[in-house]
Design a protein around this ligand. Sequence first.
Ligand code: AHR
Length: 619
Amino acid sequence: MKINITDRRLTDVDPRMIGLFFEDINYGADGGLYAEMIENRSFEFFPTKVTPDVSPIDAWEAVGGAEFTAETASPINEINPGYAKIKGKKGAGCANSGYGGMYLEKGKAYDFSLYARGTAGLSVRVEGKDKSAMEFEIKPCAEWKKYEFEGICAETLYDARLFITLDGDGEADIDFVSLFPRDTFNMRKNGLRRDMAEALKNIRPGFLRFPGGCIVEGNGLLNRYRWKESVGDVEKRRCNWNRWQDGDVGVVEKNYFQSLGLGFYEYFLLCEDLSCEPLPVLNCGMGCQFQCDETADGEELDEYIRDALDLIEFANGDPDKNEWANLRREMGHKEPFGLKYLGIGNEQWGEKYFERYEKFQKVLAEKYPEIRLVTSSGPMPDGKRFDEAKAWLKGKGEDFAYLVDEHFYKSPEWMFENANRYDSYDRSGTKVFAGEYACHIGESGPKPNSLEAALAEAAVMTGFERNADVVKCAAYAPLFAREGHTQWTPDLIFVNNHEVLLTPSYHVQAMFSNNLPSYTLEIEREDDGDVFISAGFDEKSGEYILKLVNRGGKKDIVLTLPTEAEELTEITLTGNELGDINTFSEKEKVAPKSLTRKVGGREIMLTAQKYSFNVYKIR
Ligand code: AHR
């Protein structure tokens, strides 16, 4: 095969093109990125239409013969009114295993806190099967009081439980029981799991879209995501039920709720810590159209528009002039977060959406013309709903919609066929945000994060890069999945309580994002197919960057450059079979390997392994 990278400059590539899509799906937030170790810390779980048999003290169990009950009579606050009562003899109490057994590390610091009151004091212990890691004592107190402790863990434990027991006969009420590792990402309080956030950082994402996904819409408007409930004191963030209590792979997760401990403030902080742009998406006054036809009509829509206006103030406003900006300052962030983009509605379609979007847009454009709006084209990248959205957007400028969000969860065949999708796109139309995509192999049941899926995604991404004038940004979806608790597959990163598993798809994202050129260059090629390419030049490193996906057998390539070359770095992602996947027992089966060698002249001989994604950097 022959590839000639010419010196004909085509289009600039936004260094922030490759970003992240975060949603609390597959236990992405509670039990995932949010480092809180106690499940149902504030005794707020409740029955929902998906899981009618849930109790407020689920995830807890009585121990030592305790009478252990859910209460609401005199709570700490009315927003989260649930708490638990322990009655019994000394040693009676309750236990919490966190999310399937807690992981703690010897010598590390942990912050424990709870609210308690009662006639008896409490003994708190974090224990494994036959080892104790930490202990705290609480004296009896008649009124609610917050107790806070720091513990240094004495043992590394993989299956720990937290026990809270009476230290004498009597009773005690407990609420908001919390255990956090001190060592969170950037050492933030109420922070995020370091290992998971570091996996995000290593992608060097350009933006973070949050908080979803369908979670924005809710099953119906009742459990839609309300950002205002996700900020301020964590104890006063109303527990919501998670729309992903059931999902596409048929598993019902009885105890899947949103504590909102990871809320909009924490998302903005994460963006700051990752040096990426925040891209929040708000409900547009519609529930999930797959699940209901609920809409906010007439004046009801005002609240939703108000939420958008107030969010902009929360993120960017002057704390002396606005109550939401003041809340940001009170939470510890006086400086603005620098919000530039806002999504109105997730995956919505049709006239009802268009009407609502137009109402939002009119108000936002008048008050905050600097905010760039993102609109939806529905759940599919083609078909009636998609075409209607495109027709509606035709002729409308950037002020109306800066980006249109396109979603594609598609087969490898579709992905390979559509690697050229944007080559012939209308250059005058609304620019594209490929806001959710992933290669789906198989019709139903769990779908593998295989090498084949990763290659198909890489092929589509060469199309994004070649058409960076049209596709402004892109994000794989969904991001995280907790081992054994996935409602949606495939996912980019799998986790258990102590490990992170990077999929082949993750490596593709990281290889792209870490190796974006400043601008693309025209390519001439002679080949028999099976190869997907983009090429460009990086002004910072002075390197030509060629990305090449080979979905077929081994290929020898003669590469010609516009100038003489001295050094080549090849980063290769490959495996033996298209079906290869990474697992917790074989994490590096499909992982990138890098090699640097001296070269000379304008012509370079390359070999692309069968089934491989390659980044060649030449200077
Ligand atoms: O990424 C999973 C889901 O796919 C998102 O919540 C939704 O937007 C899409 O249907």
